[in-house]
Design a protein around this ligand. Structure first.
Ligand code: NAX
Ligand code: ADP
Ligand code: K
Length: 491
């Protein structure tokens, strides 16, 4: 998995890498500039448009100058604006300033005539990870001016003004694209920063993943290549018992759909036997819309231990007796998947939290999470609370949303890369519950069930939205689950 570095470790990484390879920091800057321009050529082919590159005094500005040179050599029309008089600048800024071709006009930003041609592109190379305080004065005014322009806006490494791992109250560049080097900076994953970040592109500047591992043991980004090694593989003689017997408990009157979505998602994820127990006084006559799913009744003497996994909470309603939930947890006594109304029940009966089987997987969305831990001021605080919750209760806490966070009981934090906005549709969380429960029932460790469930769910959403876009519904995600196995070459 791709490590996410925070704080000082980002600077240390660059320095250690340069030392270990015996290269100059200027060489690494050139690699970064080349990686950026390669991305740029793929997206912006028109060489007629005017490109305005604003360069700060540090190495982010140095990147901007190197990029200006490379783009100009490739025939693009470049205008450079720098922020300070040259002598206050970093060495690599200075070196790249001297290497600027003569045909590029470089002007102090104070002399900028504030003209941006129609269809122009602004590249923000003002500040990157070296930002040390909230922006103010002329720089803040400049960014405000750039933000009001109709040009396409691209940030190098980080939108200027945004700290790499926290929130800010100050002025921040609003990007349509953020092209960040090597790994996503934590703050680019916060929902409240979407207007600053735009589309996120992580580009490789030549620092190997293995090298990054030494600089972060806590936060990681889950990508496609991390998934297949976490899967279990089945053989020619595998029988349906090997694929697991799973049970879903939920579905109060009026909310049966949620229970069926979870159950059917489990079948499509590969479960051998799927049962569902609706929360009805008499569920015998209920029509299950899928032939493959069995109806089940949870009675006081039912032996729940015969199940390999249980997913509980989808459409369960808000009238459940906490002691009933407790008895289920005690009787099952293995990690289970806890979602929706079951999470609300934990929140309103905190004594139950102590009884949740260790390594269970809780899948709250932001509102449900706040019911568990109280109000939070921002996503940074939400992440902190998710981490402490997972450690305290020895559970896996999946905080759903864009870049879903998987907080593990040992304190590690995994952020998901798959999925898109079209998944914000009713029932999509129930599908996730079904998928994670299915993997758990197939004998995956809770950690691998959580990782595979979250990644495949996002990928299924991406695949379904290719043709459905905002018209996509949760059942469309289910129909694409099998294709995710094909895409990832999982048998
Ligand atoms: N070898 C390296 O270290 C590499 C660094 N790279 C680039 O370098 C960037 C980091 O460079 P730096 O560490 O020089 O930092 P930055 O260029 O992000 O900013 C540091 C400069 O901005 C000033 N500054 C910070 N906050 C300010 C504020 N609020 N108001 C006014 N001035 C402020 C500082 O005094 C310093 O001069 C990365 O984001 C990346 O773009 C890339 O070239 C890859 C290689
Ligand atoms: N913008 C987004 N990007 C990626 N995934 C998203 C986005 N919005 C929602 N999702 C995913 O969709 C699911 C929604 O779950 P949830 O809020 O519980 O919905 P519901 O209660 O309707 O089932 C979660 O897995 C979440 O991560
Ligand atoms: K920047």
């Amino acid at each position: 998995m791709l490590p996410i570095l925070v704080g000082e470790s980002i600077k240390e990484l660059d320095q250690e890498f340069i030392l270990s390879k015996g290269i100059l920091s200027l060489d690494l800057m050139e690699q970064a500039a080349n990686a950026f321009t390669n991305w740029f050529y793929g997206v912006f082919e028109d060489k007629e448009v005017q490109i305005y590159i604003f360069c700060g005094p540090g190495n982010n500005g140095g990147d901007g100058l190197a990029i200006a040179r490379l783009l100009s050599e490739n025939g693009y029309s470049i205008n450079v604006f720098y922020l300070k008089n040259e002598k206050d600048c970093s060495n690599d800024f200075q070196a790249n300033f001297e290497r600027l071709p003569k045909n590029i006009s470089a002007t102090n930003f104070e002399k900028w005539d504030k003209k941006i041609e129609d269809g122009g592109i602004i590249i923000d190379a003002i500040f990157g990870v070296g930002l040390s305080r909230v922006l103010e004065g002329p720089i803040s005014d400049l960014i405000c001016e750039l933000n009001s322009s109709l040009a396409t806006r691209i940030a190098i490494d980080l939108p200027s003004g945004l700290p790499s791992d926290s929130v800010t109250t100050g002025q921040v560049f609003h990007s349509d694209h953020t092209v960040t080097f090597q790994f996503p900076k934590l703050s680019l994953l916060f929902p409240e920063h979407i207007q600053f970040t735009g589309d996120l592109h992580i580009i490789d500047i030549g620092i190997e993943d293995g090298f990054l591992q030494d600089f972060s043991k806590k936060a990681f980004y889950i990508r496609k290549q991390d998934i297949s090694s976490r899967h279990r593989f089945f053989h020619r003689f595998s029988h349906k018992g090997d694929f697991g017997r799973v049970l879903f408990i939920g579905g109060a009157p009026g909310k049966l759909g949620a229970l069926f979505l979870s159950s059917y998602a489990a079948l499509r994820t590969g479960s051998g036997l799927v049962s569902c127990a609706p929360e009805f006084e008499d569920s015998i006559g209920i029509q299950v819309p899928y032939n493959e799913i069995m109806l089940y009744q949870v009675k006081s003497n039912t032996d729940l231990a015969e199940m390999d996994a249980i997913g509980i909470g989808s459409g369960w309603g808000n009238t459940i007796d906490p002691d009933y939930f407790l008895s289920i947890m005690i009787r099952f006594n293995k990690p289970m998947v806890i979602d929706a109304d079951a999470i609300n029940l934990l929140a309103s009966n905190p004594f139950l939290l102590q009884k949740v089987p260790k390594n269970s997987i809780l899948t709250p969305h932001v509102k449900e999470f706040e019911r568990l831990v109280g109000k939070v001021a921002n996503h940074a605080e939400r992440i902190e609370k998710a981490i402490s919750f997972a450690i305290k209760y020895e559970v896996i806490l999946i905080l759903k949303g864009a870049h879903t966070l998987i907080a593990l009981p040992d304190g590690r934090q995994l952020f998901n890369s798959s999925g898109n906005q079209y998944m914000a549709t009713a029932g999509s969380g129930d599908v996730l519950t079904g998928m994670i429960t299915s993997f758990l029932g197939q004998g995956y460790t809770p950690e691998n069930a959580a990782i595979c469930g979250v990644f495949h769910h996002g990928l299924a959403g991406e695949l379904a939205s290719e043709s459905k876009r905002r018209g996509m519904v949760a059942s469309d995600i289910i129909e694409k689950i099998p294709t995710t196995f094909v895409e990832l070459k999982i048998s």
